[in-house]
Design a protein around this ligand. Structure first.
Ligand code: TRP
Length: 457
């Protein structure tokens, strides 16, 4: 049954693994998604933020460890890793379904992730060549609406972003993915520190922090608690085989628990820092934090136009977003590519370009769903929302739940103990959380998304 190839690549060292995993985690989720969800939950933002943090610790961290465990133990792409560990532990090969959901789900996410990243490349290009030049909120909104209305423009930048993504994955695990992360992440940190500093000087940091951590709410908005939980999931890249694939290149010596603490800690920290910088500018320029998915593309250009040195800050900011999105998108392509190369012996470069083609086509449909095809709806949703909602509300929670059940209840303690070498008390704590807290928490998200949300609205 074993599908793993004998000569698998391995990350250069433990820090390389931490770096690539942080690279996968920190992305549009922390910048674009976090700020618009937090902004949209005005009135209960503190609740959203605290729930997000608690869930990173209680659901995200345990699952992150479980996913890496499967990947490393199974020594193969997500499908092979599931098959191998299931065979080793005497479980049904049906568990491989989890690997399939992962490799296809990741491609689904990539199709719209690449389009949204394309908007960011577009805005980067504009700040580079002509400056943002929007002086009123109306102008900023008009510029954003015009971007959304133009499928050619979106399609073009989506294509550029896909090429960037494939370019890295095609080069391989160490030469491509690890190297790209080693170059981009330090730059990303530097820019972020600068931006947070600038956000403090040029923006209204006290107002931002007050906004984000104000727990005194009149009434907790329905949905805020669950959204916080769902976001913890998305922002840690969980449930889609990405982390499993990365874990499969991890050597046996590295301590999974310590590694995951770093990843979850740094991921959440960057999320908060981005949020603080974005909101501090939003408030300084009297903008609306509840602008929705267009938040950073509408409020920030306006802030950039008015602040001293704004053009340079704009360029750096969008560069930062591109780096963050790029190091994440490669982790969405890798699971499927590693499956193709290992299962069929297809050369990596060919596998990467071949996989990207259908994803790119689906992405073009996503571009059209904002304009020409905006009336075309399945289950009342445009293609963009259909893909997003199906993946993040349906596939991710379900596959996270399955992973918790698999590692917590089916894999057998021998294997788990052998992979997760923690002191006994810490181990027991983690294992209990994985067996009980995680399944119950995820069931709540899922129940809410499928059932309660429809009733509440
Ligand atoms: N975590 C990334 C972000 O916050 C997105 C992402 C990358 C992802 N790989 C993933 C989400 C795998 C789910 C599954 O932008």
């Amino acid at each position: 049954m074993s599908q793993a190839t004998p000569s698998r690549s391995t990350w250069s060292n433990r820090w390389a693994f931490i770096l690539v995993t942080i690279g996968s985690a920190v992305g549009l989720g922390n910048i674009w998604r976090f700020s618009y969800l937090a902004g949209a939950s005005e009135g209960s933002v503190g609740v959203f933020v605290v729930v997000y943090l608690v869930c990173v610790a209680l659901i995200g961290l345990p699952l992150l460890m479980a996913e890496i465990l499967i990947g490393r133990r199974g020594r193969g792409n997500p499908v092979a890793a599931m098959l191998n560990t299931a065979a080793e532990s005497g479980n049904s090969s049906w568990w491989a379904l989890l690997g399939w959901v992962g490799i296809f789900g990741a491609l689904m996410i990539l199709s719209f992730y690449s389009v949204v990243s394309g908007w960011m490349v577009d805005y980067f290009w504009r700040s580079l060549v002509e400056g943002m030049n929007v002086s009123t909120p109306e102008e900023a909104k008009a510029a954003y609406d015009a971007t959304m209305a133009n499928p050619w423009r979106q399609g073009f930048w989506h294509t550029v972003f896909m090429i960037l993504t494939v370019g890295v994955v095609a080069r391989g695990v160490v030469a491509g993915i690890e190297t790209a992360n080693k170059i981009m992440l330090p730059l990303l940190f530097l820019i972020l520190i600068f931006l947070a500093f600038w956000g403090t000087v040029a923006g209204d940091m006290p107002a931002a922090l007050n906004f984000m951590f104000n727990l005194k709410t009149e009434a907790i908005k329905p949905g805020v608690v669950i959204d916080g939980m769902g976001h913890a999931f998305f922002s840690l890249s969980l449930g889609m085989g990405a982390i499993m694939a990365y874990g499969s290149y991890l050597d046996k010596k590295t301590n999974i628990g310590h590694t995951c603490l770093w990843v979850a800690g740094v991921g959440a920290f960057i999320g908060l820092l981005c949020g603080a910088a974005i909101f501090s500018l939003t408030f300084r320029y009297g903008l609306e934090p509840a602008a929705g998915p267009g938040l950073i593309l509408q409020t920030l250009p306006l802030a950039f136009t008015h602040m001293p040195g704004g053009r340079l800050v704009a360029i750096l900011f969008f560069l930062f977003v591109i780096f963050a999105a790029w190091t994440s998108s490669i982790s969405l392509l890798e699971p499927f590519v590693s499956w193709l190369t290992e299962r069929y012996g297809i050369r990596r470069a060919r596998a990467a370009w071949g996989t990207a083609l259908p994803v790119w086509l689906l992405g073009l449909a996503v571009c059209l769903s904002f304009n020409e095809w905006s009336e075309f709806k399945i289950f009342g949703r445009t293609i963009f929302y259909l893909l997003d909602h199906f993946a993040t509300r349906f596939m991710m929670p379900l596959s996270g739940l399955a992973i918790a059940i698999y590692v917590g209840w089916r894999l057998g303690k021998m294997i788990v103990v052998d992979e997760i070498r923690l002191k006994q008390r810490t181990f027991n704590l983690w294992f209990d959380v994985l067996r009980f807290v995680v399944p119950v928490g995820i069931t709540l998200i899922f129940f809410y998304e499928l059932v309660l949300r429809n009733w509440l609205k």
